[in-house]
Design a protein around this ligand. Structure first.
Ligand SMILES: Nc1ncnc2c1ncn2[C@@H]1O[C@H](COP(=O)(O)OP(=O)(O)OP(=O)(O)O)[C@@H](O)[C@H]1O
Ligand SMILES: [Mg+2]
Length: 476
């Protein structure tokens, strides 16, 4: 080959090498060539850019300087496999930038041999931080969605429990009012018959006056003049019963207690009866008893409907349905409304109150706080097995209002006490607790109210303490 030919071949070779070098230098993937002693034979621009080194600095590095410590062991194994002659298609080392930040990559590693000896490894890697971050974000979103769903289900379960309890509470007075009004309409029909019977006797004006006075007394049911001592009651009943039966009045034993309860004595009946036409006593007494019964039935209706509207107002107040989300809340009102709502669970529980009534209203989410009281009280009722004592104490501690709810139940074991506020931590049987009650209470207090919630427990005495800031404006 002539000298000219040599020169032309060298020029072509140089041109070809420059072309390949340009391709490699400007590739977006990280490319490296590592020698068996770990030093770098070559790295491209993407490699330098990603890890934050200059070409000069790379000459002083070995491969282990740019491997993230947590991935070191894994990379040593990969390195050993490559120098054992294996080419990798799925290498997944984690590099480390000059600042010490991890750079997860994936790619392949090939080897370069000379005379059957490995003289270098060539790695091609793609930075997958973004992809991993996106996956983490997706997983985090999925976790949040799951938690949101669990919380929603817990709310629905709480609502279910609440409405079951309320349905039960409302059912008793509603049924009582219904029964009483049915009996009242029967009694009103009956009274016409009795009045006609009486009219047939043609009472004089004085006789009507005496009779009406006794009727009025029966209608008003002046229980203040009725005897209260059991001994006096039975004496009065006996006296009246024998007076009535002596005069041939039907069912004297049944009538006497009703008249005594209405504050009517034997003397008053005697006064009325004096001068009544013969035979008129029976229908007259019957009418008086009817009036007593009518009065009792209207009382039942009044009491029942009062209880129903009391429950409805408690529910309205409990959920703060008709108020803004954040307002000045009277802690005692919230606690009392919650107790009314939970009445069905508290039947055999003694609830004691030790309230500092001088506590001012505090700015809060009223329905959120009621949810907190409900969850803590619900647990306390479980802890005392539906029978025991719960003490609710309120007090002021500097610029904070403190509510303590103590029960004399089983207590929380020392291993569990630090875990009760964890979501899904429960010691209850499946289907009886989701373990979210206290997690929700904790979030409401600490995140929505900048308050604190803690617990102290030993067998027979468990106290949950809520401490809430009293805003300066509320201090006056
Ligand atoms: N007053 C208490 N006395 C004893 N243990 C309690 C008391 N309050 C809470 N715990 C314990 O803390 C656990 C977690 O309570 P949390 O209210 O978060 O969930 P839960 O009551 O088990 O279920 P959920 O409230 O979701 O129906 C309970 O399972 C119970 O072991
Ligand atoms: Mg609970």
């Amino acid at each position: 080959m002539s000298e000219e030919d040599h020169a032309a071949r060298d020029a072509r070779l140089m041109e070809s090498e420059a072309r390949y070098r340009a391709v490699i230098e400007n590739a977006s993937d990280m490319i490296q060539s590592v020698l068996p002693d770990g030093t770098f034979e070559f790295v491209n621009n993407a490699w330098l850019r990603t890890l934050g080194y200059t070409a000069e600095e790379v000459t002083k590095l070995i491969i282990w300087d740019v491997i993230y410590p947590a991935s070191m062991e894994h990379c040593q194994l990969l390195f050993a496999r490559v120098f054992g002659g294996e080419e990798l298609q799925d290498a997944d080392p984690v590099f480390m930038t000059k600042d010490g930040a991890p750079v997860p990559v994936e790619g392949s590693v090939t080897i370069r041999e000379l005379d059957g000896k490995i003289i270098a490894t060539h790695g091609f890697f793609r930075d997958i931080s973004e992809r991993l971050r996106a996956r983490e974000l997706e997983e985090e979103n999925a976790r949040l969605e799951r938690e949101k769903l669990a919380r929603y289900l817990e709310k629905m379960a709480a609502l279910g429990k609440l409405s079951a309890g309320l349905a039960h509470e409302l059912n008793n007075p509603a049924a009582a009012a219904q029964r009483a009004s049915a009996r009242l309409s029967d009694a009103l029909l009956q009274q016409n018959e009795t009045l006609q019977e009486i009219q047939a006797f043609g009472f004089s004006a004085e006789q009507w006056q005496a009779f009406s006075a006794t009727l009025n007394r029966a209608a008003c049911g002046d229980s203040s003049v009725a005897p209260t001592d059991p001994l006096q009651i039975s004496e009065a009943e006996e006296e009246l019963e024998s007076w009535l039966s002596d005069r041939g009045v039907d069912k004297a034993w049944e009538i006497a207690p009703n008249l005594v309860a209405a504050g009517i004595s034997a003397e008053q009946i005697e006064e009325m009866a004096t001068g009544l036409p013969a035979g008129a006593l029976n229908p007259a007494i019957k009418r008086i008893v009817e009036v007593c019964e009518e009065r009792e039935l209207t009382n039942v209706i009044q009491r029942s409907t009062h209880r129903i509207s009391e429950l409805v107002s408690a529910v309205k107040a409990y959920s703060y349905m008709d108020q803004a989300i954040e307002q000045y809340v009277d802690l005692h009102e919230g606690l009392e409304n919650t107790l009314i709502i939970l009445a069905h669970r508290l039947k055999n529980v003694t609830v004691k109150r030790d309230f500092d009534r001088s506590l001012p209203a505090i700015p809060a989410h009223g329905s959120g706080l009621n949810q907190v009281w409900t969850n803590i009280l619900d647990n306390a009722v479980d802890a005392v097995n539906g029978q025991g004592t719960i003490l609710i104490r309120t007090r002021r501690d500097g610029d904070r209002a403190v509510v303590e709810i103590t029960d004399d139940g089983c207590g929380i074991s020392p291993e569990d006490v630090s875990r009760v506020f964890e979501p899904f931590f429960t010691t209850k049987q499946q289907g009886q607790g989701t373990g979210l009650g206290l997690d929700i209470a904790w979030r409401i207090i600490t995140q929505e109210h900048a308050g604190m919630l803690d617990v102290e427990s030993r067998p027979g005495e468990t106290t949950f303490r809520v401490s809430l800031p009293i805003a300066p404006a509320a201090k006056d």
